[in-house]
Design a binder for this molecule. Sequence first.
Ligand code: GDD
Ligand code: MG
Length: 365
Amino acid sequence: MKAVILVGGKATRLHPLTANLPKAMVPVLNTPFLEHVIRHLSRHGITEIVLSLGHLAEPVEAYFKDGSGFGVKLKYVLEDSPRGTAGGIKNVEKLLDGTFIALNGDVFTDLDISVMIDFHRQKKALATIALARADDPTHYGVIETDAESRILSFREKPAAGEATGNMVNIGTYVLEPEALAQIMSRTEVSIERQTFPQLLTQGKPLYAYASSAYWLDIGTPDKYLKLQADIMSPDLSGLDIFNPAQSVRVGQDSNVSPSAQITGPVLIGSGCFIGNRVQLVGPLTIGDGCNISAESVIENSVIWTGAWIGPRVCVKNSIVADHCYFQANSVVEEAVLGDNVTVCEGSHITPGSRIASGTVVERTA
Ligand code: GDD
Ligand code: MG
C-alpha cells in the first residue's frame, strides 16, 4: 500500500523556526520530524511514499533524496500554488493505485496503522479517519460517530461549547481512490471542511477508527517542546527513538567536561563541547557542533546545530534554531530564536519572545 504525506503548509505558528525551513525538517531529537513519520510508516510495511509539497520543498528533497537511505521509495510532487489538504492529495493521484494512506505531515503518532487498515477493509469504508482524544478539541476536527463507528458529523475547529465531543481527527486517513473523484483538480480544497462533509451528505461510508494512540501536532512551540519531553519519557520508549535507561546520550567526537552536571534525559549531538561546571537539565536536546562554555545552565530546551554559548549563560524552556551566538551572562527564558541570532552580553530575553533570524539582541539599560 502507498502513502501520501501532506507537507505543504506554511507553518506560520512555528515562526521564526519555519521562516526558512519547512515544518517537516524541524529537528526532533536531532532528526528531522518527517523522518520519524516516514520510519513509522515503514515499520508498518508502507515503503512507497509520495510527498505532497509546496512551500520550501528543496530542503526536504535534498535530505531524503529517493528515500533509499531510509529504506523507502520516495516521490515528490510540488504545488505551484497551495491546493489545501484535499487538493494536495488530488495532485498526487496519478502516483497512487488502490487503497492508500494519507497523512498530515506534522503529526507524531504511534498509531497502529496496520490495525487501522484491517478495520477499514472490514467496514468496506470509502474513507477511514483515525481519531484520538484531545484535551482541547477546539483546535482540531471534531468527529461524531454512531455505535458502529460510522461518521455522523464533522466540525472543524469548533468554537468553545460547540464541540460535540473530544474525539478528534489526528490526520491519518485510509482512502479508496474514489474518495478523490469529486475533488476538482488544480483548485484549493480542504479535505476536512469540504471533501469529507460532502461525501457524508451523499451517504458514502465514512468510518472513524478510534484509538488511544499517542499523538501530537507540532504546530506550536509549546507542542514542539512537549513532543521532545514525551519522546524522551519512558511512556514512548516502545518506539525505540530514545532509551530512557540511557538517559544521557553523547554523540561522536563530543567533549564533556568531567565537572559538568547532566540530569537526563539529555541528547547531545556530535562535535560538541560542554565546558566546566555547565549544568544541563533534561528534557534537552543539543544539536551537532554546539559549544557551551563554563557555568552555563541549559534546561528543558531544544538547541539546534552550531550554537556558541558563552560563559554563565542561562537558557530555559526555549527553542534555539541553527547557529545562534550567546555572549556571557545572557539569559533566555521561554523564547523562540530563529537562525543566527546574537544575544549580547548581559541581555535578557523575556518569556514569550520570538526573535527573528539574524537579529542582534542588545542589552537594555
Ligand atoms: N501539500 C499541501 N498543500 N499540504 C498542505 C497544504 C497545502 O495547501 N495545507 C496544509 N498542508 C499540510 C500541512 O503541512 C500539514 O502537514 C497538514 O496538511 C495539515 O495542515 P495544518 O495546517 O497543520 O492543519 P491543522 O493542524 O490546523 O488541522 C489538521 O490537523 C488536525 C490534527 O493535527 C486537520 O486535519 C484537523 O482536522 C486535525 O484535527
Ligand atoms: Mg497541523
